[in-house]
Design a protein. Structure first.
Length: 724
């Protein structure tokens, strides 16, 4: 008899389950609940179905209620369902976790168009990709070493795919001596100006006294809009598509970000963290609050990332930091090819092309490498370093060339700057370089200096050292004296896929993004519509008002205007008076070491009126002092020539007729070769969409390539190329 009754019970369970699913399509019972459903009696199944219908009729959102995934365990006396306000609609009705305990950590909620509130429990982090504007409503959070507290201004965060993802971490903060009720009352008062009543209720429902509440908003930036307006560069700020779409993904996408796994975020090694802690402690001391910190090591080991973290952590305690840029290829705050001294007062929360700054003193070297003219490189560093006043800690960023002559040049740089700390990076993926201890540097001959092991005295005072004009000739025959320093060794574990074959393509893409970010300063601020470069009004500069110099190549005087036209220009000040020349152009016999106030591009040359047409974001009061134009090997991105919006007709400066016989002329290398690049793992995440866009551009570029040797063209529309 038992065997006959059992199949009837199993058979009647399935229609009841189907009816329950039809009654509540959004209800997703777990596998455990389905098994228990079949074991219920007939009355129990009828009672469960009736309660599901009551919940549906009442309009209660089961995802925010107290019903769990195991709905079979129902109370004996069901409570009467009371009407409640309709839940806040989400962008997508896909199922979410059923219980408060299974809420995503940290929970997020849409609070308006392009606005999301984020709750971060203590010691929890939110790793994401994309760009957004962050405001800390309650508590304290930390991003890339910079701590943002409640009441502080909003910060723009750029977690682009070209670098490691950033993480918003909730940090411990001092709790006031208040009870829990007063703390919740204070938090509700802080949320009132930013959230409505319903959103505040949700936030306080998930609130704990040790958590932090963050508001994330869609970022509207002219730099981002300008960079993404060109084909192939929009993928830099886009989020990587995901196969699993949830309601949380759609909510975050409305802001422009995407949650990432923690392993994709930036993770510093123990040696890097200990070095940061020691350097911050020393810089905040009263006795020696202005140390000189020199960061050195091979390429792609995290020197720039370490410098950003150090700047942000120092800004938590002091108001400003000085920064000396000695890396010509991958500059941090200026376009490439510059040696500059800057005063940093705001945090650095993104890659270099998101935070271009105006330096205190800058010299345009004109190339991205100094291998062929190291002596001029040292002279420029001495000239720029002379402006350092020792009023704030100084961070020195150096090149990744640390082999052969590059190591000897680094030794000369250490003797020249006399740092207080040398942070040396090492990696298992690079050839091990010797420890740059004070004893090793004292015993080694540099490229332009000699050692003196038996005399390590007080060293040259910095002011006298900087003003010594005869040091360049005498240092080859006499030993250099320098004060001792402390060596901090940092072991880097960055993983990447750069090789000697594709490193040039990667670095050129970063340089092009930096140049585009600098050009974006000429455009009106967001949310005003973008204007293409060909729609901007250029400055008219007479031939006899400025002097010209090609820094990287010898160009015949008859072809000098071809080289200047459609070129990236350094706007400089020289001491010589260039007035008095009636016609021009005025040519310099050698490259001067002079101040550079900014950059621009030569849009055209009027041969009849003898005028240069120059576009630049430099303000007019600074342009009045410019009397020299330097043309270097830094070239404009190819998209500036071929992909400007709104242009009709024949594109100027673009031709397929190459004449490589002109002095200094060569084919411009553009983004055609970037389809072969493999984005490094860890620092550069792979992006197939970006690679597809690059490959699609190759067909267009093969039809029309910008040529810088168009001697047959009109003089006002021809240009000569530079080495890329």
């Amino acid at each position: 008899m038992a065997d006959a009754v059992s199949p009837l019970r199993r058979g009647s369970a399935r229609p009841t389950w189907v009816r329950a699913r039809k009654a509540r399509p959004q209800l997703m019972l777990s596998h455990r609940s389905r098994r228990r459903l079949g074991a219920l009696s007939k009355c129990g199944r009828r009672r469960l179905r009736r309660r599901l219908l009551q919940v549906q009729a009442a309009g209660v959102d089961w995802r925010e209620g107290h019903c769990s995934g195991a709905l079979a365990e129902t109370p004996r006396k069901p409570k009467a369902a009371t009407p409640s306000p309709a839940p806040r609609p989400l962008p997508d009705p896909l199922p979410a976790p059923a219980t408060p305990s299974s809420f995503p950590i940290p929970p997020v909620r849409a609070v308006g168009p392009g606005r999301v509130v984020l709750l971060l429990p203590a010691e929890q982090g939110f790793t994401f990709s994309g760009i957004c504007r962050m405001t800390c409503l309650y508590g304290q959070v930390e991003v890339l070493g910079f701590v943002v507290s409640q009441g502080q201004p909003a910060q723009d965060i750029f977690s682009t795919y070209t670098h490691s993802c950033l993480t918003i971490n909730a940090v411990h903060y001092s709790m006031p001596e208040k009870n829990k009720k007063d703390i919740r009352k204070e938090a509700r008062a802080l949320l009132r100006p930013h959230l409505n009543l319903e959103d505040r209720s949700w936030a306080m429902k998930n609130f704990s006294p040790s958590c932090s509440i963050v508001l994330l908003e869609r970022l509207k930036s002219t730099t981002v809009n300008f960079i993404t307006s060109y084909p192939g560069t929009a993928a830099v700020f886009e989020q990587e598509p995901t196969s699993q779409v949830t309601a949380e993904c759609l909510v975050l996408k409305s802001v422009g970000i995407k949650r990432e796994r923690k392993r994709k975020g930036l993770l510093l090694t123990a040696s890097a963290l200990s070095s940061l802690e020691e350097l911050v402690s020393v810089s905040c001391e009263e006795a020696d609050g202005c140390p000189i910190i020199l960061v050195c090591g091979p390429q792609d080991v995290g020197k720039s990332t370490f410098s950003r973290c150090l700047i942000n952590q120092l800004l938590n305690s002091i108001s400003c930091i000085d920064y000396l840029e000695c890396d010509l290829g991958q500059t941090e705050f200026t376009p490439p090819g510059c040696i500059s001294l800057l005063n940093i007062t705001e945090p650095v929360l993104g890659p270099p092309y998101t935070h271009q700054r105006t330096p205190q003193k800058m010299v345009y070297y004109g190339k991205t490498s100094c291998k062929n003219n190291c002596e001029n490189y040292i002279d420029i560093i001495k000239y720029v370093f002379s402006a350092y006043k020792r009023e704030a800690p100084l961070i020195v960023n150096t090149m990744g060339w640390v082999t052969d002559e590059g190591l000897l040049l680094l030794i000369d740089l250490i003797r020249l700057l006399s740092p207080s700390y040398v942070v040396q990076f090492s990696s298992a993926q690079h050839r091990q370089m010797p420890d740059l201890s004070p004893g090793y540097v004292d015993d080694m001959d540099g490229l332009y200096t000699r050692s003196k092991t038996w005399s390590r005295a007080r060293g040259f005072p910095l002011a006298e050292f900087a003003d010594s004009a005869e040091f360049a000739e005498e240092d080859k025959d006499s030993p250099a004296l320098f004060t001792g320093y402390k060596l901090l060794r940092v072991n880097s574990e960055f993983c990447y896929r750069k090789t000697s074959r594709n490193r040039a393509s990667h670095n050129k893409i970063f340089r092009d993004l930096t140049v585009l970010a600098y050009l974006a300063q000429m455009l009106p601020p967001a949310p005003r519509p973008l204007r293409p470069l060909h729609g901007l009004t250029p400055y008219q500069v007479p031939f006899n008002a400025v002097a010209l110099r090609i820094t990287h190549s010898d160009v015949a005087p008859t072809h000098i205007l071809y080289a200047v036209n459609a070129s990236w220009l350094g706007l400089c000040r020289i001491l010589d008076d260039v007035q008095g020349y009636t016609r021009g152009p005025i040519l310099l016999a050698q490259t001067p070491i002079c101040d550079c106030v900014g950059f621009g591009l030569c849009r055209g040359i009027d041969m009849e009126k003898r005028l240069y047409h120059i576009l630049t974001p430099v303000p007019p009061e600074e342009l009045r002092t410019v009397n020299c134009l330097l043309v270097g090997a830094v070239s404009l991105p190819q998209c500036v020539f071929t992909s400007q919006h709104g242009f009709k007709g024949t594109v100027p400066y673009v031709t397929t007729d190459y004449n490589l016989n002109l002095p200094g002329a060569s084919e411009k290398i553009g983004e055609r070769d970037s389809d072969k690049l493999k984005l490094p793992k860890g620092k550069l995440h792979p992006r197939s969409k970006f690679q597809r866009k690059m490959r699609s551009l190759r067909a267009k570029d093969s039809e029309a390539q910008p040529s810088h040797s168009a001697a047959e063209a009109h003089p006002a529309r021809a240009c000569s190329s530079r080495d890329s």
